[in-house]
Design a protein. Structure first.
Length: 183
């Protein structure tokens, strides 16, 4: 179902949140439900450089990664069709990315997941995320995420909407997003 038929992407949906908050899984499911293209910023960066995000960090360093991320984000946000974009957990915190997102979409949505849930999710999949792979306990994971989120929350909370997700219920989050789109 197309909710809008404007050619301006201000109706595009930008999903923001910490890693493990469900941006990609929710974005993919939502895209099927409302017939918008789904774009994962990290996947676009990987395609452009033909390397994994962790390899880009290793080869080029975080500063160069953030420059590339900003350039690709600007290109995506200038698209003329509607889409759902999942951005990396750090994307809103660098350059002027959050203000850029706010200027290009009225549907920036922060998926806010409690620390306890994030810690469990990320600890179980820590090998897939180089920044977390050396964390040796769930308590150390909680401590790491708490510090990281504390730094990022001021950016995340600039989002137009905040959806709290307390469990693994993508369906409920998607319903909340669709309600926001109907307003």
């Amino acid at each position: 179902m197309d909710l809008y038929d404007s050619t301006n992407n201000c109706n595009s949906i930008i999903l923001i949140g910490y890693m493990g908050s469900g941006k990609t899984s929710i974005g993919k499911k939502l895209s099927k439900k409302i017939n918008y293209d789904f774009i994962d910023l990290d996947k676009e960066i990987e395609k452009k450089l033909n390397k994994s995000i962790s390899q880009i960090f290793t080869d080029l360093g975080e500063l160069e990664f953030r420059k590339i991320e900003n350039i690709i984000l600007m290109k995506i946000l200038s698209l003329k069709h509607q889409f759902i974009l999942s951005v990396g957990g750090g994307t809103p915190c660098y350059y002027d990315n959050m203000n850029l997102i706010l200027s290009k979409s009225k549907y920036s949505i922060y998926l806010k997941v409690p620390l306890k849930i994030l810690s469990k999710r990320l600890y179980l999949k820590k090998e897939k995320r180089p920044i977390l792979s050396n964390i040796d306990s769930i308590n150390n994971m909680k401590e790491f995420i708490a510090k990281h989120i504390f730094e990022r929350i001021p950016f995340y909370e600039k989002s137009n909407f905040v959806i709290e997700s307390n469990r693994d219920d993508d369906k409920l989050v998607i319903e909340k997003i669709i309600e926001i789109l109907k307003q």
